[in-house]
Design a protein around this ligand. Structure first.
Ligand SMILES: CCCCCCCCCCCCCCCCCCCCCCC/C=C/C(=O)SCCNC(=O)CCNC(=O)[C@H](O)C(C)(C)COP(=O)(O)OP(=O)(O)OC[C@H]1O[C@@H](n2cnc3c(N)ncnc32)[C@H](O)[C@@H]1OP(=O)(O)O
Ligand SMILES: Cc1cc2nc3c(=O)[nH]c(=O)nc-3n(C[C@H](O)[C@H](O)[C@H](O)COP(=O)(O)OP(=O)(O)OC[C@H]3O[C@@H](n4cnc5c(N)ncnc54)[C@H](O)[C@@H]3O)c2cc1C
Length: 675
């Protein structure tokens, strides 16, 4: 029992009210019983190892933090080798270590870039070294002057046939590579994206493997300038990563270090393009965007877990005759802010699992030289990355507010989680730039469908996640049949209005663009509307994938029922939030919107007794959560109190600086008061 009103048993009481099997929900969340077991084992392995402690991380200086990251990475690798961990286990171990570091770019981008863009021969040469960490690689694409606009990169790779070499050069300040993680201090090699110039002609952006540092003493090679780009947002957080700057002064590399799967330069300097689509140059980004969607549910579920548990512990107001105050989780406002985020965590989890499947499917097709699904993979990864990361960043901040003042303390874990997460809205493609990519696809399909609407039944039908657009005749005119609040529980009713809203918004944009003097001008003028149409389309994908998940066999008493409620909450809170879209496109009436809101209130009340168990199903250790507010035992107040004393400021009772700055001030005031 905690002092002063903290009630750890409160969470036990909350767990007792759950109306479903938590173990079954853990399986639904993780994907399989095996996945629960492996995740649990890796989480405990990390939590029990003192090297992986992170409780003082936000108090470390940048240099200490970076060294701590190097130590953790080396130790993690040692454990992976000693224990002969599988790839699945190693990935989970990395997740639970929970510290961004150069290894992410090495495994997450350098290796995939070589796999995706290197020839078999190149893969045979470079991958074994990378797999054993004999070399450390990063992904050097972004420059000081250009990030989003990849075609605008300035670094040059000029072929010199006399030496059979490329000359890598940074011709301007703005061509300095700027941002690549792991580049600043750790990497020995990089996949560098540069303009290929041969026989006096610029062939655009291509990838090159470039050694940057000596493998003997780690010093930069001649002609290579390297450094870290400086401290970043927040304490701890992404400062563990050495995002770097790189400049080349006529650095020579052998011709065979150009990644040559997509195109080649011959010994004589001839440029040859293979039959592989040039967009595969962007393949590594597609791969990482897909992992970022899966990561959104991890970050969001952590924040929600902290906020739900703490809201069950925290009490304010409502005391009758000296009795206990009300748990803040019982306030309807708290529920209406928190439960949609809980539902979103589950929604992103399932759409992330689906996207992983889609990516694997596309990769298999690419290997068989079937490139037909590449545009779908690009649009889905870009759109889902954008929508899930933006919503997650906002949600983490909302969870901080939901935890009141204590949420602002580093010991709540939320400030660092926000700071480490928020760049996901920018890296791997700025979220607006990525949504514009989705809107191009939607616009083209909508335009095509408008033209061919008469013969749509016989014409070429859209497939994949835009298949619904083929149902244009129905979706442009349908009216929702919802008549009672409970009618909104029907997934078909939800799907119909989400499809109609997305299609009508895309068609409205296409119609308005067609009125502009040119398509380009129209596209530019209407880009804010196009973004909203893209968001509507992506939200439809998430809702649809959640509904499809519920059609699967989901074992465990009460598990499916809880997920059905969460699915309804996810969809209906979006409907409520974007009511303007649904009303202005005529998909629903104001009354139907009010009914949706009425049902939401009822669903929140039904989720309330299950809330703590629903976050327990994420199966996070206290180590991974890293939050005194989100502790499993709910013993929040003693932990908060204890944590405060660990702050370096409390190392002395009288602070450093007292003699120089406080004492003279206080003495001076004393003199003044005596006057
Ligand atoms: C301490 C730790 C201890 C632990 C130790 C443990 C040990 C090891 C254990 C294992 C660990 C594993 C860890 C793995 C972790 C992985 C996670 C990775 C972490 C991620 C960190 C992120 C870091 C960030 C990296 C970056 O940011 S990299 C840079 C990203 N940059 C961008 O995204 C740029 C965005 N811009 C663009 O993509 C393009 O410029 C554009 C798409 C906007 C425009 O393209 P373009 O100029 O070419 O023009 P178009 O619009 O006309 O496009 C032309 C056509 O191409 C199509 N297209 C465009 N893009 C794609 C694509 N990607 N795929 C397919 N097709 C594409 C367009 O649609 C056009 O087509 P059309 O011609 O038919 O219309
Ligand atoms: C933490 C972190 C890690 C990173 N790691 C790496 C890495 O490992 N390797 C690497 O190569 N890069 C890395 N990056 C760089 C990252 O990929 C780029 O910052 C990102 O792609 C955005 O590009 P930008 O910085 O040029 O933004 P800009 O494009 O300059 O964006 C600025 C603003 O302009 C808007 N904008 C831009 N273009 C358009 C348009 N066409 N229409 C409308 N609005 C537009 C954007 O929405 C944004 O609001 C990292 C970045 C961060 C923050």
């Amino acid at each position: 029992m905690a002092d002063g009103g903290g009630e750890p048993d409160q969470l036990a009481g909350e767990r007792a009210t759950a109306q479903f099997d938590v173990d079954g929900m853990k399986v639904a969340w993780a994907g399989s019983r095996h996945a629960v077991e492996v995740a649990d084992r890796m989480a405990r392995l990390v939590a029990s190892d003192p090297v992986f402690r992170k409780d003082t991380r936000t108090m470390l200086s940048r240099k200490e933090l970076f060294k701590d990251t190097l130590k953790k990475a080396a130790h993690a690798w040692k454990r992976i080798v000693e224990l002969r961990l599988t790839e699945e286990e190693a990935n989970l171990l990395r997740l639970y270590v929970d510290q961004p570091g150069y290894v992410d770019l090495h495994w997450g981008m350098f290796v995939p870039a070589i796999k995706g863009q290197g020839t078999e021969e190149q893969q045979k040469k470079w991958l074994p070294m990378a797999y054993k960490f004999q070399i450390i690689g990063c992904y050097a694409q972004t420059e000081l002057g250009h990030g989003s606009n990849v075609q605008g990169l300035e670094t040059t790779a000029t072929f010199d046939p006399s030496a059979d070499e490329f000359v890598m050069h940074s011709p301007t300040l703005t061509s300095s590579k700027w941002w690549p993680g792991g580049l600043g201090k750790a990497s020995t090699h990089a996949v560098v994206y540069a303009r290929l110039i041969t026989e006096g002609k610029d062939y655009g952006i291509h990838g090159f493997i470039v050694q940057l540092r000596s493998l003997d003493d780690h010093s930069p090679l001649p002609g290579v300038t390297l450094g870290d780009i400086g401290g970043k947002f927040g304490s701890g957080a992404y400062n563990s990563m050495d995002n770097g700057v790189l400049r080349f002064d006529h650095v020579r590399i052998p011709r065979d270090q150009m990644l040559m799967r997509l195109s080649q330069v011959t010994r004589e300097g001839k440029y040859v393009h293979s039959d592989v689509p040039k967009q595969l140059l962007y393949g590594t980004m597609v791969y990482v965007r897909q992992t970022i969607v899966a990561d959104a549910s991890k970050a969001l579920s952590r924040a929600v877990c902290i906020a739900v548990r703490y809201s069950a512990i925290r009490k304010q107001f409502g005391s009758q005759d000296g009795g206990p105050e009300t748990q803040v989780l019982n306030y309807k406002t708290q529920q209406s802010r928190l439960f949609p985020l809980l539902a979103s965590a589950y929604a992103y989890r399932f759409v992330g699992q689906w996207l992983k499947w889609l990516y694997t499917d596309v990769t298999q097709k690419l290997e068989a030289k079937d490139y037909s699904t590449l545009p779908e993979a690009h649009a889905c990864t870009a759109g889902l990355k954008s929508v899930t990361t933006s919503a997650t960043a906002d949600a983490i901040e909302e969870c901080r507010k939901l935890c009141g003042g204590h949420g602002y303390l580093n010991s709540s874990g939320l400030p660092e989680l926000f700071a480490v997460y928020v760049p996901a809205c920018t890296y791997e493609g700025d979220n607006v730039v990525l949504l514009l990519q989705v809107s191009v696809v939607l616009h083209l399909v909508a335009r095509f469908l408008m033209k061919t609407v008469a013969q749509v039944a016989t014409g070429k039908q859209p497939v994949g996640t835009i298949a619904y657009m083929g149902n244009i005749q129905h979706l442009m005119q349908c009216k929702s049949a919802v008549n009672t609040a409970e009618d909104w529980l029907n997934p078909a009713a939800i799907k119909e209005v989400f499809e109609a809203r997305a299609l009508r918004m895309a068609v409205n944009c296409a119609q308005n663009i067609s009125k502009a003097p040119s398509q380009e001008e129209g596209f530019s003028e209407l880009s804010p509307d196009l973004l909203e149409a893209a968001v509507a389309h992506v939200q439809l994908i998430i809702v649809t994938k959640f509904i499809e998940k519920l059609q699967e066999d989901i074992p465990g008493p009460g598990v499916k029922e809880q997920l059905q409620k969460l699915c309804s909450i996810y969809a209906l809170h979006l409907l409520h939030k974007h009511l303007g879209d649904f009303l202005s496109t005529g998909c629903i009436t104001a009354r139907q919107g009010a009914l949706a809101n009425e049902l939401l209130g009822k669903l929140y009340a039904q989720v309330r007794p299950n809330a703590v168990a629903l976050v327990d199903a994420f199966d996070y250790t206290d180590h991974y959560l890293g939050s005194v507010l989100g502790r499993y035992d709910g013993d929040v107040y003693p932990a908060l109190y204890e944590e405060a004393w660990k702050d370096p400021l409390n190392e002395t009772v009288v602070p450093d600086g007292y003699q120089e700055h406080l004492r003279p001030l206080l003495k001076q005031q004393l003199k003044l008061s005596r006057l």
